[in-house]
Design a protein around this ligand. Structure first.
Ligand code: UD2
Ligand code: MN
Length: 624
């Protein structure tokens, strides 16, 4: 190569290098020597290396392009699979929704066909509410804002309020009802305040995997669904839920509720002020037939001497201060907010309480007597679906009698631990409680001592002077007592045993008329009620139908009088709304009818009547 003229060589190399996009530096062509050629050789190598690298990059680029295409194809097939799954689940749970049905909480009505009406009746027989209709009402339905005007103007410092864990337990609840509960929570609770919803399935008879999947899709990680495989009852299920909770405040709700606009902030504000406060909302009613949302009244909860939950009217000063929060002696039980720490200090619920009932008394008494308080907050409203009163809910597969005993055992525990000497007043009304073993009470009694809880008498003195007027510890003489015998069919006496659900019947007046067997024993009480055992006679449906129900001491549909002259047993306090109890001997039932002194079917005889007391029956009673 050295024999070639340098200029030719340089030209050839320059041409080559240009072809390969490689420039030979100026002057190299003129003075190219051995060193120059070395450089050129080395550059050739570099050139080759670069070539290799470039083609490698191209291959790599093409390869990643292929991978990306494959991934895109996978993603889009997964997305469409997910979309398909979501729409399949939506079809299962929401395909029957009729837009606008029941919107604004209005009664959901329609021109149902005969088959549809049959399906409605069937669902009501099975669940105690119109589950057929519930499926057709949107889980996201709107509600009318029923709050007191001034509630709407109140402002709360969201950043200062604690966040909440909502705990809901359920046993065999209808999915559509459950979904409406959760949807109302999601849409009407500030995100900042709602840390989580802990949904505890308390051993429902079947596991609905589809519902679980749908909840994950619809509520993402807001709902934590926890299943207890064997039913432990609402009381222990709530404790399980509370133990899983992370937020500072717990809100307990039933599984068939709808929360309304601004429900949470007013419940939290009093807890922020004093952390031993438990708050309750006003409970509105969701109608079990039409799902109409109806306004509930503010009230002070209490219990009677048979430990039934009752409502007392607000004290005068509380009524004037409405809608300011007021003291609530006994909570209704299902819907309340409480600090997580305070609930734990109180030991949650008594671990010996089983399945259902009595826990609202236990927690309320414990709260008040051990240094806390319960406030009802009228600016917070939550609707609760009350089942048909004639429907007997069964929460265990034990027979009806042993289920009843479980509840009575709960009551006995509460009376033994919290009512001091006044437990005897309860046992006198419910002697059957004393034969039911209460189980070990040591832990509860220790807790009462450890927390230096006050005596029960304090509770009565401080919270319910009016209660003792209505439910005195020593009962005054009654107006009349013994059997209630029909004059026109003298063999028949009123019997509190149910013929149809909730209805009394007529049966043969055997034995002693003044001290008959307990089912035939009626008393026209000092409260002007017709009472037998724990039950009172009451009228429903414009006074036309006669039922038995626990005595509420609110007069109204349980007000009865006896006219010794005409022998009529008369329902109603006001003169223009009175109806007379009438015997229907053919069907062994009683009804009411317009009062007619000549109608012998409306005449009755008590085993014993206290004429002196009856003479003063209408003293101080408003009649129009
Ligand atoms: C009231 C209370 C309820 C509870 C009960 C007495 C309101 C509105 N409701 O009766 O919260 O205090 O009195 O115990 O104040 N459940 C279970 N496991 C069971 C039984 C029930 O998880 O073994 C659930 C049930 O699905 C519901 C909740 O517990 O979500 C309360 O039961 P309920 O609705 O039958 O009680 P309710 O409203 O008649
Ligand atoms: Mn309930």
């Amino acid at each position: 190569m050295l024999n070639w003229p340098a200029s030719v060589l340089a030209k050839t190399l320059r041409g080559l290098s240009r072809k390969l996009l490689f420039t030979v530096p100026n002057g190299c062509a003129c003075f190219c020597d051995t060193m120059c050629l070395d450089i050129l050789r080395q550059r050739k190598k570099v050139l080759l290396l670069l070539l290799l690298m470039a083609s490698g990059s191209i291959f790599y680029y093409l390869y990643t392009l292929k991978l990306e295409r494959e991934r895109d194809a996978n993603v889009s097939s997964t997305t469409s699979r997910l979309e398909r799954e979501i729409s399949d689940l939506q079809a299962v749970f929401e395909s029957e929704v009729v837009p606008q049905l029941g919107a604004l909480g209005r009664p959901a009505r329609g021109n149902w066909t005969t088959e549809e009406l049959e399906a409605i009746a069937k669902s009501q027989r099975e669940t105690g509410y119109n589950a057929w209709l519930s499926k057709r009402i949107s889980p996201e339905r709107t509600l009318y804002d029923m709050r007191h005007r001034s509630c709407k103007k109140l402002k709360y410092p969201l950043e200062k309020l604690p966040s909440v864990s909502v705990v809901i337990t359920y046993h065999n609840e209808e999915a559509s009802v459950l979904l409406r509960t959760l949807s109302s929570l999601r849409s009407r609770t500030p995100v900042l305040l709602l840390r989580e919803i802990i949904l505890v399935d308390d051993g429902s008879s079947s596991v609905d995997e589809k519902l679980n999947d749908f909840l994950q899709i619809k509520f993402l990680n807001m709902v934590k669904h926890h299943r207890i495989s064997t039913q432990v009852g609402l009381i222990q299920a709530r404790v399980t839920g509370a133990n899983l909770a992370l937020a500072d405040v717990l809100v307990f709700l039933d599984s068939h509720v709808e929360v309304t606009h601004g429900w949470l902030e007013p419940l939290l504000a009093p807890i922020l002020t004093s952390n031993r406060t438990c708050t309750t909302p006003i409970i509105d009613t969701i109608d079990y037939e039409t799902f109409a949302y109806r306004r509930g009244k503010p009230s002070r909860g209490f219990f009677n001497w048979q430990l039934n939950y009752i409502q007392l009217p607000l004290l005068k000063e509380e009524a004037v201060a409405m809608p300011a929060p007021h003291k609530n002696p006994i909570m209704n039980g299902g819907l309340f907010a409480i600090g997580r720490q305070w609930f734990a200090e109180l030991g949650g619920y008594d671990k010996g309480l089983k399945i259902w009932g009595g826990e609202q008394l236990e927690l309320s008494l414990k709260l008040w007597l051990c240094g806390g308080q319960i406030l009802e907050v009228p600016c917070s409203r939550i609707g609760h679906l009350y089942r048909d009163g004639n429907f007997q809910i069964r929460y265990t597969d034990k027979d009806k009698n042993s289920e009843k005993k479980l509840i009575q055992r709960n009551y006995r525990r509460v009376a033994e631990v919290w009512l001091d000497e006044l437990k005897d007043k309860v046992f006198a009304n419910m002697p059957h409680l004393t034969v039911i073993p209460a189980g070990n009470l040591a832990e509860q009694r220790d807790l009462r001592k450890r927390l230096h809880c006050k005596p029960f008498k304090w509770f009565l003195d401080h919270l319910a002077a009016d209660f003792l007027n209505l439910y005195p510890i020593i009962d005054p003489a009654e107006y009349a007592t013994g059997v209630l015998q029909s004059v026109s069919s003298p063999k028949l006496c009123l019997d509190r045993t149910e013929s149809r659900p909730g209805r009394p019947k007529l049966s043969s007046c055997s034995g002693d008329r003044v001290f008959p067997r307990s089912e035939l024993h009626w008393t026209l009480t000092n409260h002007r009620e017709l009472q037998s055992g724990l039950l009172c006679l009451e009228v429903r449906n414009q006074g036309m139908e006669v039922y038995i129900y626990h005595c509420h001491r609110q007069k109204g549909n349980q007000f009865w009088s006896f006219d010794p002259k005409t022998r009529q047993v008369i329902s109603g306090q006001m003169q223009d709304s009175r109806l007379c109890l009438e015997v229907q001997p053919e069907i062994h039932a009683v009804t009411t009818g317009d009062c007619d002194p000549k109608n012998s079917k409306q005449q009755w005889k008590f085993g014993y009547q206290n004429n002196e007391r009856l003479h003063h029956f209408w003293d101080n009673v408003k009649t129009h």
